[in-house]
Design a protein around this ligand. Structure first.
Ligand SMILES: [Zn+2]
Length: 361
């Protein structure tokens, strides 16, 4: 009898198929277990880790519901928190937002958040370093009035309290002695503050005709270096005004009000307690009226002042942030590192301070 020849072709096919099944099946099972049995996957993890796991799985509502039920049954989360994830999700937010809200907002804040309509910009808000949900209502109302601004600008401006009434909603500065302190119409210098390291300015660098000019030591030393350097370049300027005491500023302001009225005064002169000159770090360059933005001095200062730690404090394009009309003659000492960074960024000191200094303190 003729032996039947085995069908090798078919056997090879079956072997191949078996091999594929052996390799693929565990992969499918592992994935399925991960997704369908999320509660098992997250067992024994702490609450925040549980949430992390849910986001890693990239849950859909059904999976999240299942996970939440499991956590609830095992007393890992309570009745109040259980629905948050689903509700935020159902409002239309993606996992990124859900995660942020669950992790960073308090229960009352989450309740508040859930009572609001979907905001397509919310993800932009939470990506801002300075975002704080406590100020969310203020952002929204400011955004409403300033539709041309970016979300980042809005968050920055609220941080600077620009939505409040200047002079009247001001906050007292806690560190007037710090070289990099910020003083403006929203941040008040304490009435009794007087720098302890004021030095007299030499006649070659200041107009002392109507009273001895003073500046804080560090700022003065750098100013002298700056004057010497500019003179080598054939550019000449000196201080017409420098440190002013609270009392002195009071007289200036009252005179302005008397001569020009309150509105004009608030535009061009600072109320006592609100002038940078009271810090002893600020100089009005002379001759005031020749330091225009087109003048040689201004050009030199724009290019070089940062090398000596000085910045031009009030520019035309910054008026709505600084609260002051442009002053080409008014420079402020902030230290070389800060001045150099500001020179590069070309942003008002308010913005720099809130983003790069206040945050680190
Ligand atoms: Zn000034």
């Amino acid at each position: 009898m003729k032996k039947k020849k085995p069908n090798y072709k078919l056997r090879r096919k079956i072997a191949k198929l078996l091999l594929i099944i052996i390799i693929i099946t565990p992969l499918i099972i592992i994935n399925k277990t991960k997704i369908l049995n999320a509660p098992l996957y997250v067992t024994n993890l702490k609450y925040t880790n549980v949430l992390d796991s849910m986001f890693e799985i990239n849950f859909n509502n059904k999976e999240a519901k299942k996970t939440i039920d499991y956590l609830k049954n095992n007393n890992k989360i309570n009745d109040e928190t259980d629905d948050y994830i689903l509700k935020i999700h159902n409002l239309g937010y993606n996992n990124n937002v859900v995660k942020y809200v669950i992790k960073n907002l308090s229960k009352s804040e989450i309740t508040d958040f859930l009572s609001r309509k979907y905001n397509k910009d919310f993800e932009k808000y939470i990506s801002c370093k300075l975002f704080s949900y406590k100020k969310y209502e203020r952002y929204l109302s400011y955004e409403n009035k300033h539709k041309d601004l970016s979300i980042d600008d809005i968050v920055t401006r609220i941080e600077l309290n620009l939505d409040k009434t200047y002079y009247y909603d001001s906050v007292l500065i806690k560190n007037p002695n710090a070289i990099d302190t910020l003083a403006n119409k929203y941040l008040e210098i304490p009435e009794d503050y007087e720098p302890t390291d004021l030095v007299d300015m030499d006649d070659s660098y200041a107009n002392n005709t109507y009273g001895q000019k003073q500046l804080r030591k560090e700022a003065y030393e750098k100013f002298v270096q700056m004057c010497e350097a500019s003179r080598k370049d054939g550019v000449n300027f000196y201080a017409e005004s420098a440190y002013r005491s609270y009392e002195y500023q009071k007289n200036i302001y009252n005179n302005y009000v008397y001569n020009n009225g309150q509105d004009e005064a608030d535009k061009y002169a600072a109320k006592p307690g609100f002038s940078e000159h009271e810090l002893g770090l600020t100089i009005d360059l002379a001759n005031i009226w020749t330091i225009t933005t087109k003048g040689e001095e201004y050009k030199w200062i724009s290019k070089n002042a940062h090398k000596y730690g000085y910045i031009i404090r009030y520019k035309k394009e910054w008026e709505d942030v600084t609260g002051y009309a442009a002053e080409s003659w008014h420079i402020r000492y902030v230290g070389i590192k800060n001045a150099t960074a500001i020179h590069k960024l070309n942003i008002p000191y308010e913005e720099y301070y809130i983003k790069y200094i206040a945050n680190k303190k």
